[in-house]
Write a protein that binds this ligand. Structure first.
Ligand code: PGA
Length: 228
């Protein structure tokens, strides 16, 4: 089955109460049972809410096709790295995916291609699937920094800067072209799109790639359910 990923990236939004209310509302009306078999819904909360989301998702009878992601990870393993969250810290929470190298991390936290590459290694070795965000400007430098043997293990998200949080989604024909280019450098990787995806345009993207990374439209649970 050709799985389609629908990823909710909440960024630094939501306190604990808001996370619980979102999850309860998500679970209402037996919604999970209506999700198509070839969809995987991935929720990426801020780090302090990982445990809350994990607890809800652990009841697989309610969430047969919903998985947990983090929005970042330390480039180092466990050790003396104050403030960092390593793959070891995540053991036991059922984290299956990690969003890596989002442009907001590159811009605001100075993350380099090599940092992202180190994070990819940490994740793959811990059995976590990396979702590597790229824009065309750093596609080649990012792919070159990643260990060759890990390239096919990545899900690559084409995230054009012009489309993130702007309401100006990228033309699907352009997404197809960039997808072909990505596949030249990330041989065997799956390819998704992110940038102003909403309930009105999501089907255009699901037709041409393996999934979508959703920011703004994942924050309100009703809108996210409509999108799914
Ligand atoms: P957006 O964010 O859906 O709000 O444009 C996408 C992203 O940052 O991945």
């Amino acid at each position: 089955m050709n799985m389609k990923y629908i990823i909710a990236n909440w960024k630094s939004n939501k306190n604990k109460g808001q996370v619980v209310r979102w999850l309860e509302e998500f679970e209402s009306d037996h919604f999970s049972e209506m999700i198509k078999e070839d969809r995987e819904i991935i929720i990426a909360p801020a780090m302090p809410s990982i445990a809350v989301v994990a607890e809800h998702l652990n009841d697989q009878s309610k969430h047969p096709r919903t998985a947990l992601a983090v929005q970042d990870i330390s480039p180092f393993s466990a050790g003396s790295y104050t403030g960092a969250v390593s793959v070891v810290n995540l053991e036991g929470f059922g984290v299956q995916y990690a969003i890596l190298g989002h442009s907001e991390r590159r811009d605001h936290f100075g993350e380099s291609d090599q940092d992202v590459a180190n994070k990819v290694s940490q994740c793959v070795e811990a059995g976590i699937t990396p979702i590597v965000c790229i824009d065309e400007d750093y596609l080649i430098s990012q792919a070159s920094a990643i260990d060759d043997k890990f390239l096919s293990k990545c899900i690559v998200a084409y995230e054009p800067l012009s489309a993130i949080g702007t309401g100006e989604e990228m033309n699907p024909e352009k997404v197809v072209l960039v997808g072909q280019e990505i596949k030249q450098y990330f041989d065997g990787a799956r390819f998704i799109y992110g940038g102003s995806v909403d309930p009105g345009n999501v089907s255009d993207y699901l037709e041409i790639c393996d999934g979508v990374l959703v920011g703004g439209a994942s924050l309100k649970v009703e809108e996210f359910k409509r999108l799914i």
